[in-house]
Design a binder for this molecule. Structure first.
Ligand SMILES: Cc1cc2nc3c(=O)[nH]c(=O)nc-3n(C[C@H](O)[C@H](O)[C@H](O)COP(=O)(O)OP(=O)(O)OC[C@H]3O[C@@H](n4cnc5c(N)ncnc54)[C@H](O)[C@@H]3O)c2cc1C
Length: 323
């Protein structure tokens, strides 16, 4: 049995691990089998993470976070969590290889997934003109003509924000009316850099090394057309990865894990949540890292409240595993 298991290897999970390991809690971090490192593995330049004035490549940043966590004694396992039992003082974490690990505290930091268009060139051009985050990448599209796909509040917000950089922003929407709130619609309609393409869906993204255009399909007539652009922002929604805890932890109306106030405490004692899985609003690497810190400190404090014999049992198992 461990004192603490951390699920997820994004900025939230690794930051929680750095703090937990430096508090001598010998964390076990389950990193996932194919998506270790989290969302920043899918991007190129990260220019807004403090401490890197020249910017840093997403995968390099995540490698550095992992090295920092391991330096203080975090054990990283490349597997997926397939099920969890979170009630009671001992939590059970089962992995894809069938093994079960026990811990007194769990930090859940599985992130969230931006919805994708499902086009073959979307992944290939991710970080090369296709983006899901205007705050992260808008700066790279100075004076370009770009497109935003979506018709909700987040699409209007992204489009309006992107007009600070882009020369023109086409908003592509499948229908002829928007889902967005009236105030967000009004703001977008009033912006003369935004042009709406109604009743249209993206049928293809073109460009050899970087996005240079779109193939659009009219959702009413089926006619196809092309649009020359230098960047595409997909803003059709975001799903927190919570399926493992359904029925065990309370969720918010937005689908994120509910936590108490500014803490990381979930509805289950000894279970803490951090990063994009609790955050319907900001979803940035630095905010995820900060909430990983909160979770590690909350877990550390929780452990001090447990009976000494339970803690001794966990420490003995950690010692045995290390030898
Ligand atoms: C293309 C792109 C570019 C971005 N660029 C920037 C940027 O420039 N600056 C910025 O601040 N933010 C950027 N972001 C946002 C940033 O990546 C996220 O806010 C941040 O990664 C969230 O961290 P997290 O740890 O909460 O989740 P994630 O990074 O999503 O990590 C979650 C982790 O949990 C793991 N996991 C999920 N399920 C399981 C399971 N069952 N078992 C084990 N592990 C599991 C995943 O594999 C992953 O390792 C970008 C996002 C994208 C998609």
């Amino acid at each position: 049995m461990r004192q603490i298991i951390i699920i997820g290897s994004g900025p939230a999970g690794y930051t929680a691990a750095i703090y937990a390991a430096r508090a001598n809690l010998k964390p076990l971090l389950i990193a996932s089998s194919v998506e270790a490192g989290g969302e920043l593995m899918n991007t190129t330049d990260v220019e807004n993470f403090p401490g890197f004035p020249e910017g840093i490549q997403g995968p390099e940043l995540m490698t550095k976070m992992q090295e920092q966590a391991e330096r203080f004694g975090t054990e990283v396992v490349y597997d997926d969590v397939t099920s969890l039992e979170l009630t009671g003082p001992t939590k059970k974490v089962t992995l894809g290889d069938g093994s079960t690990h026990e811990a007194l505290a769990v930090i859940f930091s599985t992130g969230s997934a931006y919805r994708k268009l499902g086009l073959s060139d979307e992944e290939r051009l991710s970080g090369h003109g296709v983006s899901w985050c205007a705050t992260c990448d808008g700066f790279f599209f100075k004076n370009k003509t770009i497109a935003v796909v979506g018709g909700g509040d987040s699409a209007m917000e992204e489009a309006t924000f992107l007009t600070r950089f882009a020369e023109k922003v086409h908003v592509i929407h499948r229908k002829d009316t928007l889902r967005a709130s009236k105030i967000m619609q009004d703001r977008a309609f009033a912006n003369d850099k935004i042009e709406f393409v109604w009743n249209a869906e993206v049928a293809g993204i073109t460009g050899a090394d970087a996005v240079d255009g779109l193939r659009l399909r009219d959702t009413v007539t089926g006619d196809e057309s092309t649009l020359d652009i230098g960047g595409l922002f997909v803003a059709i929604g975001n799903d927190p990865r919570t399926h493992l805890v359904h029925g065990q932890l309370d969720l918010t109306p937005e689908g994120t894990i509910a936590v108490a106030g500014r803490s990381s405490k979930t509805s289950q004692a000894g279970v803490f949540a951090a990063g994009d899985v609790v955050d319907p609003t900001y979803r940035q690497a630095v905010t995820a890292a900060a909430s990983g810190t909160v979770a590690a400190l909350d877990a550390e404090h929780y452990l001090t409240t447990l009976p000494k014999d339970l803690l001794a049992k966990a420490s003995e198992s950690e010692l045995a595993a290390a030898n």
